[in-house]
Design a protein around this ligand. Structure first.
Ligand code: ADP
Ligand code: MG
Length: 258
């Protein structure tokens, strides 16, 4: 039974790299059927934070963590919880598209299931559904056996989204998914995000202020001032954060003043 009103929720997340405190007391809620944008200057801890939401930060040596993350009410850092199972339920898409380049489009979609031993779920239907959800089925349905490297950058990124979706995640984390893409590919991914939010919770890091306003319901503004750890300065409805921010530093940032 869920003990939380929110689907994914961080509570007082703190992160250290060695002695260095890089994130302080980040408590945010990510409901189902909502997109949350994480914005803020480079180096303020957005990537570090998003990686704590599916225990990916544990793969970085020297990273220390305090706090908790609840997924449907359950602490993903609980002793009994297997980190791999968390990463299957909470998928991640990165800035640089990273499909397996020589593997076929179809094999890429199925690679997550294969690697995690869920081979019984593999089917042509799942390939089709996943590629449809990532808005690229019509483009690739006649070339499913071509290698991923034959796709454009934007298609490779949508293939990575399809690969995550094949796992049927409850949450999708996206760390600057469009930063390496052209405007047309960016628009297609934004449309995909808006369709996907009907069936999951989405967290997206973006430096594109228009993108944050186009796709997100909520926005969190992160800031790390004068060598202090990054923290959330403002969190609220995207419209409010952009149009009537409470903190003057939010107003400066969203208007390009730093
Ligand atoms: P953002 O994504 O907002 O640009 P990051 O989360 O990448 O910021 O980085 C936050 C801070 O943590 C930065 O000061 C960065 O140098 C530091 N940092 C990030 N990753 C590591 C790491 N693996 N080891 C040491 N320091 C790191
Ligand atoms: Mg980053």
């Amino acid at each position: 039974m869920s003990t939380s009103n929110f689907y994914l929720e961080s509570k007082d997340i703190n992160v250290w790299f060695g002695e260095r405190h890089v994130l302080k007391n980040v408590s945010l809620q990510f409901p189902s059927n909502e997109v949350t944008a994480l914005i803020g200057p480079s180096g303020c801890g957005k990537s570090t934070f998003i990686r704590t939401l599916n225990r990916m930060h544990e793969l970085i040596s020297g990273a220390g963590l305090a706090g908790s993350v609840l997924l449907d009410g359950q602490d993903i850092y609980g002793e009994e919880v297997d980190p791999t199972s968390v990463r299957l339920r909470v998928g991640m898409v990165f800035q640089k598209p990273n499909p397996f380049p020589t593997m076929s489009i179809k094999e890429n979609v199925l690679s997550g299931l294969k690697l995690s031993g869920r081979k019984n779920e593999i089917s042509d239907d799942l390939v089709e559904t996943s590629l449809k959800r990532a808005s690229m089925w019509t483009e690739v349905k006649d070339r499913l056996n071509d290698p991923a490297i034959s796709l454009s950058g934007g298609q490779q990124q949508r293939l990575c989204i399809a690969r995550s979706l094949a796992m049927n995640p409850e949450v999708l984390l996206m760390d600057e998914p469009c930063s390496a893409l052209d405007p047309g590919s960016t628009r297609r991914i934004e449309e995909t995000i808006l369709e996907l939010k009907e069936s999951m919770s989405i967290v997206i890091v973006t430096h594109n202020m228009q993108q944050a306003q186009r796709v997100s319901d909520k926005t969190a503004f992160f800031l790390a001032e004068d060598g202090n750890p990054g923290r959330v300065v403002e969190f609220g409805d995207t419209e409010d954060v952009f149009n009537k921010p409470i903190d003057p530093r939010t107003n400066d940032y969203v208007n390009g003043h730093f």
